[in-house]
Structures are given as C-alpha cells and as structure tokens.
Design a protein around this ligand. Structure first.
Ligand SMILES: Cc1cc2nc3c(=O)[nH]c(=O)nc-3n(C[C@H](O)[C@H](O)[C@H](O)COP(=O)(O)OP(=O)(O)OC[C@H]3O[C@@H](n4cnc5c(N)ncnc54)[C@H](O)[C@@H]3O)c2cc1C
Length: 401
C-alpha cells in the first residue's frame, strides 16, 4: 500500500499539507508531493477536497525484481562498537552472496566510526557503504530509516539482513513499509532457492509450534531480521580487501523528530548467556528456586553461567535475563547441560545449536533426550552433587590421566 498524488487532479490548495500529522507532504511546483516521511495513515486521502490523493493497492506496485542485485547487511554499531549480530549476519550473508554469485555489502551508519569499515571487510564484506553524519551519531528511527531507504531505492539490493536487536526490530519494519516490500521478522534460519533467487526465511510460527518458511516473491529487497546468536559468526580474515564508499547524507537536525538526551543503563545484573561457552540450565524439574544454587555451583566449577527455562522464569525462581529459548536468548555454547528441562520446542529453539548437549531428567522419555549428545536418567538432586564432587578432583584426575 502507498499514498499517491494524482497530479492532474491536484489544485494546489495545500489542505493535505495542513492535515498531515507527519509533515510528509510538500508542495513542488504548486502540486502536492508525498515524501518518505509518509506512514500511509490516509489522513490526506480523506481530506483532499478534489479526490486527488489515493492509496495505491499492493498489486499495482509490482517491481521489476531483475533490477535488484546483491546482499546487504545492516552493520549495527553502538558507541563505535560493532554488535555481535552484525558479524553473525556477515557470516550468513557471505554464504548467501556466494550461492547467488553476487556481492556482499555492509551498510554502516554513524559519525566518526569509519574505522569499523575495515573490520567489516575483514569479516567478509566485499564492500562497505558508510553513511557519515552528526545526525547519525546515535540511532534514531527517522535518520536511519531515511538514509537506508534512499540507498535501497537508488541501488536496489535483492536481499537485506538486519539483526533482530531492539534497534533492528524498530528499523526493519519501518524500512520495509517505506519501500513497500515484505519483512520476515525474527528468523532463525536462512537459505536460498537458487533457481528463483528467493530467500527462504524460516522462523517459529503459531506460538512456536511449527517452523514456517516464508518467501517474498514479488517485491525487493527480500528483508529479514535475524535473531542474535542463531547464526555462526564470520571468521576474521586479516588479508581480506574490499571497497569502502563514504557518503554524507543531507540530514539536518530538524529532520530528526526524536532527540536522544541520555542513555540510562539498566541496573539489574545481566548474564551474558550469548557469549558463554558453558551453560548449566535449570528447568521446572528443580522443584524450587533453591535448585539454582546447585546449578550455580556447578557452573562456577566449570567456568560457565546459569541458564533457565521459561517455566522457572515465569515461576519467579530466576531473572528473565537467564531465559533460553524462543522468547529468551538464543545460545550456541560448547557445552549445554539441561537439568530438569523437558525439551519443549520453544526451549530447543534457543539451544539446539549447542555443540554438546547433556540432559539430566528423571523421565527417560523426556523430549530433551532426542537432541542430547549425552543423557542421564535420574534425579537432578542425586546427579548434580555427584558431578560437583567429581569436579573437585578434576585436576588430580587430569594429571593422572
Ligand atoms: C509462545 C511461547 C514461547 C515460549 N518461549 C519459551 C522460551 O523462550 N524458553 C522456554 O524454556 N520455554 C518457552 N516456552 C514454554 C515451553 O513451551 C515450556 O512450557 C517450557 O520450556 C517448560 O519448561 P521446563 O522444561 O522447565 O518444564 P517442564 O516442561 O515442566 O519440564 C520439567 C522436566 O523436569 C523433569 N523433572 C522433574 N523433576 C525432576 C528431578 N527431580 N530430576 C530430574 N528431572 C526432573 C520432568 O521429567 C520434566 O521433563 C514458550 C511457550 C510459548 C507458548
């Protein structure tokens, strides 16, 4: 859907300019002109006295998809630090670009962060388009949307990948609405149908009960936001070379409607589950919050951190920042020990890519055993103390091994 002015009918009365709540209409040569600030609210369509503004239906907006080429990754940075998800997307974007035999471009926005461009190349980008402006110093919906939409309209990439971070979840839908294409949010897997150059975007659907693969056949770019931690990070290659193009978008202070005054960091303690190489995770089978103390003891001995199922978070046994799964964090540690966790699909969605999964459960038919590399059928309160005791002598055992 888009809003369009029928120039022959427009009498230049400027009623639409005054009723538009988003200042998205300008007068050009005496005729109304819809700018990219338009949110398609339709206020102008209703108020135009001569019926010169209409909403254009989706099916009238078919694009020539053959004009679109290349894979783009939004390289999210905050205060000059590249987000991990951007490196994961470069890894995935590289695979997709190679399959499609096309270029991988990283889109970097900011102010005085050109130094990141070189890292993006070393992580697999062929090219970096760096948009620099004082107005892009911190993320704003207006500024970032405007610059990226202009770039997409001008250069026509066939695929655009964005991390499903707070920023990505704000930015992705705004861009896709502006450029009238589809967006599959929160993808956990991507692939390509080579014959049709289609991006196969897989994400949990219907409350996580099935995985849906979604395509965007008639519009470009094909856009996905991808959950952090799901894709493997690109490898850093010191010898890689590529092109860095710097652009200076014409953005003025008044173009940014929201002003960021300050950032207040959340005080509660956050566990960095996504970066941990060992996670000892607890489920309802622990029976009570005290059980997590035992898990912490084991995690400390192994140099890991504590994770949790949603059931325990909902019960108030542990903070939500520990939750693993579809509505929690996606992790891929070297070792994931699931204690008293049944293995519901929504939990598996967040940890099944772990390198080695050990499950402890007293029900031998618990679904978690289907994906576990090692399974222990038994009571967590019998097994865990034994494991902790065993680890006390680990140095001695290793020396004698
Ligand atoms: C939209 C949606 C999103 C969701 N998102 C998430 C998510 O992000 N993460 C998530 O985890 N869940 C999520 N869920 C919930 C999910 O469906 C399950 O309900 C939840 O994962 C179950 O948690 P659990 O395995 O701890 O509990 P249960 O399913 O109750 O399993 C407890 C297990 O402990 C075992 N057990 C009991 N006592 C002992 C003992 N003493 N020793 C050893 N084993 C024992 C039992 O045999 C059982 O297998 C979501 C659900 C929905 C609908």
């Amino acid at each position: 859907m888009a809003v369009k002015v029928i120039e022959e009918k427009c009498i230049g009365c400027e009623v639409c300019v005054s009723v538009c709540p988003f200042d998205a209409i300008e007068m050009v040569d005496g005729k109304a002109h819809i700018t990219d600030k338009c949110t398609m609210c339709g206020a102008c369509v209703e108020e135009c006295p001569v019926g010169a503004i209409e909403k254009e239906e989706e099916n009238k907006r078919k694009v020539n998809i053959e004009e679109y080429e290349g894979v783009w990754v939004f390289a999210e940075q905050r205060e000059g630090n590249l987000m991990n998800v951007s490196i994961e997307l470069l890894g995935e974007g590289r695979k997709i670009a190679d399959k499609l035999n096309t270029e991988l471009t990283a889109i970097l926005l900011g102010n005085n962060v050109k130094n990141l461009a070189d890292r993006l190349i070393k992580y697999g980008a062929d090219k970096v388009i760096y948009a620099e402006s004082p107005q892009l110093d911190v993320y704003t919906t207006d500024g970032y949307t405007r610059v990226i939409c202009d770039l997409i309209n001008e250069r026509k990439p066939e695929i655009m990948l964005i991390g499903a971070t707070n920023i990505g979840r704000d930015l992705g839908p705004r861009i896709s609405a502006r450029i009238h294409t589809g967006l599959t949010a929160d993808c956990t897997r991507l692939d390509v149908d080579l014959e049709n150059r289609r991006l196969m975007q897989t994400r949990p659907a219907f409350g996580g009960n099935l995985m849906a693969t979604i395509i965007c056949p008639n519009h470009r770019p094909q856009m996905s936001t991808v959950r952090p931690g799901v894709m493997e990070k690109a490898k850093y290659n010191e010898t890689r070379e590529g092109v860095v193009e710097v652009i200076n978008p014409d953005l003025k202070e008044e173009d940014i409607t929201a002003k960021v005054i300050d950032y207040v960091k959340e005080k509660r303690s956050q566990v960095k589950l996504e970066d941990a190489s060992i996670i000892v995770s607890g489920g309802r089978g622990l029976g009570n919050p005290e059980g997590f103390k035992l898990l912490k003891e084991l995690a400390d001995k192994l140099g890991g951190v504590v994770g949790a199922s949603r059931a325990t978070v909902d019960a108030g046994w542990i903070d939500q920042s520990h939750q693993v799964g579809q509505t929690g964090k996606t992790v891929r540690p070297n070792l994931y020990i699931a204690c008293g966790i049944s293995g519901a699909i929504q939990h598996l969605a967040g940890m099944q890519e772990s390198k080695c999964i050990v499950a402890i459960n007293k029900d031998k038919d618990a679904p978690i055993f289907k994906i576990a590399d090692y399974g222990i059928v038994g009571d967590v309160y019998e097994i865990l103390p034994e494991l902790i005791k065993g680890l006390e002598n680990i140095d001695e055992l290793m020396e004698n091994a």
